[in-house]
Design a protein around this ligand. Structure first.
Ligand SMILES: NC(=O)c1ccc[n+]([C@@H]2O[C@H](COP(=O)([O-])OP(=O)(O)OC[C@H]3O[C@@H](n4cnc5c(N)ncnc54)[C@H](OP(=O)(O)O)[C@@H]3O)[C@@H](O)[C@H]2O)c1
Length: 215
């Protein structure tokens, strides 16, 4: 069972993910690229209760790691840091912001497939990438609410997907599970649900999934 979440990335979206995870009752550590002292103030003011740490320490103790750094920084990120971990890839390839990156420019594979290939000793689950940080906190709703929005969860590993599905459920969204990182293409920028807040039936319609495809 997931108790502890590490958020790597303390920019726009990382602190919001940390905050909603704390609200959901998880223990949360947050890290940026350097010393925790650099994010101590933001953690104290914006994410009270989250523990600022070095990335290595945050990751080591975590059941699930959310990776929320820009992809242009991921290309030099040390994959060994995340070895053995379930990693939520909340990142998007955004050439306007990231520049054109050789690693991601070949559109035959989703960015998460590329991330998984690079993080060969981790298990990658795509999620939390398609809702803007401004909405992520506000759009949460309790289970059963008619206004509850859906969040896509895509992975090649059903066990890891299940763990992340439970996390998404607990933070206030209805998960829609896709059975491969490749199928997660619909979650990417330019895809049918990117940037949209949709209830689960509409989300499934938008991605073309059969209504009974996942609960
Ligand atoms: N913005 C959104 O609404 C949103 C929503 C969903 C998903 N996303 C995706 O999430 C990713 C991050 O977006 P953002 O807007 O939050 O970016 P951002 O504001 O530029 O975040 C940068 C953060 O990443 C950290 N970082 C960079 N390299 C690192 C490393 N090697 N190890 C640890 N931390 C590192 C930076 O730490 P330092 O300051 O120490 O360098 C900084 O805290 C992007 O791929 C984006 O597409 C964004």
């Amino acid at each position: 069972m997931t108790r502890r979440i590490a958020v790597v990335g303390a920019g726009h979206v990382g602190p919001v993910i940390a905050r909603i995870a704390l609200d959901a009752g998880y223990e949360v550590a947050i890290a940026a690229s350097g010393s925790p002292a650099k994010i101590a103030l933001i953690a104290q003011v914006v994410i009270p209760g989250a523990e600022p740490q070095w990335a290595s320490g945050a990751v080591e103790a975590a059941d699930i790691v959310v990776l929320a750094i820009p992809l242009h920084r991921f290309v030099t990120f040390d994959p060994g840091l995340l070895a053995g971990k379930v990693v939520v890839d909340a990142m998007n390839y955004w050439p306007a912001a990231d520049g054109v990156l050789d690693l991601f420019r070949d559109g035959r594979h989703t960015s998460s497939e590329v991330v998984q290939r690079r993080l060969a000793r981790s298990t990658v689950v795509k999620a939390l990438n398609h809702i803007g940080y401004q909405d992520l906190e506000e759009a949460r709703r309790p289970a059963g609410s008619s206004e509850r929005s859906a969040i896509g969860v895509a992975s090649d590993d059903s066990r890891a997907a299940k763990a992340v599905e439970e996390m998404i459920e607990r933070i206030g969204y209805d998960p829609v599970v896709m059975d491969s990182l490749s199928a997660g293409r619909v979650l990417e920028p330019g895809g049918p649900v990117f940037g949209a807040l949709l209830r689960r039936p509409e989300f499934k319609l938008a991605i073309g999934a059969r209504a009974e495809a996942s609960a």
